[in-house]
Design a protein around this ligand. Sequence first.
Ligand SMILES: [Fe+2]
Ligand SMILES: [Fe+2]
Length: 139
Amino acid sequence: MTLLTWSETLTLGFPPMDDLHKEFVDRLCDVEHSSDTELPGAWANLVACTERLFERENGWMRSSQFSSTDNHTIQHRVVLNIMREGLAMARAGQSAEVHTMATELASWFAKHIQSLDAALALHMRTSGLAADPRNTLPH
Ligand SMILES: [Fe+2]
Ligand SMILES: [Fe+2]
């Protein structure tokens, strides 16, 4: 079983965001297929990738005075805090709990992309901000 597969429904048409989302899906797939000994490292990679993704999105929202910034950044903060707890659990050998967290995260991530991220990507595209090299260059 695959928790989350990259597909058209997850693609928002703002390539720097889509690329980071795809990387998240890849790291989540690594977590899903990790052995118990590999899990702490795989989860740490997922947390690092999520930090980069959320930082980038938060930056786009700040620089463009996006209207739903507060709600969206709070969601990012809450999820990242839970994921950091997951890292402690993975290091403590609580693999089953971490895999449950991965399943919940996959479902949250798909919903988040299709709601708050979709609104942000649309804002970036329709405002012309997506064409600004500062918004598209890799950080
Ligand atoms: Fe996102
Ligand atoms: Fe987001």
